[in-house]
Design a protein around this ligand. Structure first.
Ligand SMILES: Nc1nc2c(ncn2[C@@H]2O[C@H](COP(=O)(O)OP(=O)(O)OP(=O)(O)O)[C@@H](O)[C@H]2O)c(=O)[nH]1
Length: 360
């Protein structure tokens, strides 16, 4: 049974998928900027240390700048991936702890933490970013307040340590708050976009795919057809004497018939098939990987099932449908010609007495 809009029938990325890809690209881009920034600052600090005669510090900082440069070049040569932000984060953490322990140039190393906070939240989002920063903050508190922590050569006085931790915590909280509201707005936008997409592609009365979406699917099938030399078939079905049904039993009964017919069409087609409401009482069914013979057999089955609907109503109504069938895949045809052919066959079915299938 075909239970609605097939996800694999035509795989254009949805706006939400596109937004997610953009978000990942943004993070990878942010990683690149962070590396360039870290390299520039570390290089500048190395030069300052050199001019102050702090040869060891200068050498280490030049070394770190070199590693960052190497990472930047490697990432660009090997191609950026979702793992890039993790690698960049690791490098930045190593640099941070080195500066914390050594004090950096003139004991200004801790200032690096100011860029670490927005940087991490930008790289990992507010949840993972905040968790990572809390872990870094905890480790920093341990290093700063553990009596004679091994490896801590920098000298910070007690109020400086306490103030640093308070600023680090406040900065993390504020940045996380800002990013979480950005995240919520983004989620809301994703949700609204999905809803709008669904509404814009669905027929409100029958729940079938609408004409706009059917066109999109035909374009996609046509594109695949050219690429993969596949074939597909279209059925155009039009309810017979529907005006008379409306006139005799009322518009809301007509609506009920339309819904029932839509359900019959969906229940008797495959998941990859696309059943759309093409117009008022007209339906278009797209059958990927199906030839004219297969399409004709299905159309005949659908015709019989629609006819059988008549017995399900208390009203003495006769519901029937006429189908025109045409096959795509003659590679010089455009879908315009294909639809015109199916339409012309459907009108011939009407002309020859209705409630029938014409496939040649
Ligand atoms: N109830 C209802 N009727 C609709 C809807 N959309 C279109 N119609 C009606 O469908 C009828 C179509 O009439 P016609 O185009 O004359 O076709 P027909 O009476 O089915 O005759 P043939 O197609 O020649 O068999 C019109 O009366 C439209 O008002 C709808 O959403 N609900």
């Amino acid at each position: 049974m075909n239970s609605g809009l097939p996800s694999d029938a035509y795989d254009l990325p949805s706006p939400v998928e596109q937004a997610r890809k953009i978000e990942l690209r943004r993070r990878i881009l942010a990683s690149g900027y962070m590396l360039i920034f870290a390299m520039a600052i570390t290089g500048a600090m190395a030069v300052m240390a050199l001019t102050d005669g702090e040869m060891v510090m200068s050498g280490v900082l030049f070394g770190i700048a070199g590693i960052i440069l190497g990472a930047y070049v490697a990432i660009n040569l090997l191609g950026q991936s979702g793992k890039t932000p993790v690698l960049v984060g690791l490098l930045l953490v190593v640099l941070y702890f080195y500066l914390l322990l050594s004090g950096g140039v003139k004991n200004t190393g801790l200032m690096w933490a100011v860029t670490l906070v927005p940087g991490f939240i930008n790289l990992y989002g507010y949840r993972t970013g905040t968790a990572t920063l809390l872990a870094i903050g905890g480790a920093t508190a341990l290093i700063l307040f553990y009596p004679e922590f091994p490896g801590l050569t920098a000298e910070y006085d007690t109020s400086y340590r306490a103030r640093f931790l308070a600023v680090f915590g406040a900065l993390t909280a504020l940045t996380a708050l800002l990013d979480s509201s950005r995240h919520q707005t983004q989620q809301l936008l994703h949700h609204l976009t999905e809803e709008l997409e669904a509404r814009a592609s669905t027929d409100a009365l029958t729940g079938l795919v609408n004409r706009r979406e059917a066109y999109r699917a035909i374009n996609e099938l046509e594109r695949r057809d050219h690429q993969m030399h596949g074939r597909y078939t279209v059925l155009i079905g039009d309810l017979d004497n529907f005006k008379a049904i409306n006139d005799e039993y009322g518009h809301s009964f007509g609506d009920r018939v339309l819904r029932d017919v839509a359900q019959v069409l969906q229940e008797n087609t495959r998941v990859g098939d696309i059943v759309s409401r093409w117009g008022g009482e007209e339906f278009l069914i797209l059958l990927p990987n199906t030839d004219l013979d297969g399409g004709g057999i299905l159309a005949e089955k659908l015709r019989q099932r629609v006819e059988a609907l008549s017995d399900t109503y208390e009203e003495r109504v006769k519901v029937s449908i006429s189908f025109g069938v045409a096959e795509g895949g003659a590679h010089d045809d455009t879908h315009g010609e294909l639809l015109a052919e199916a339409d012309e066959r459907m009108y011939r079915a009407k002309h020859h007495g209705r409630n029938r299938v014409v496939a040649v």
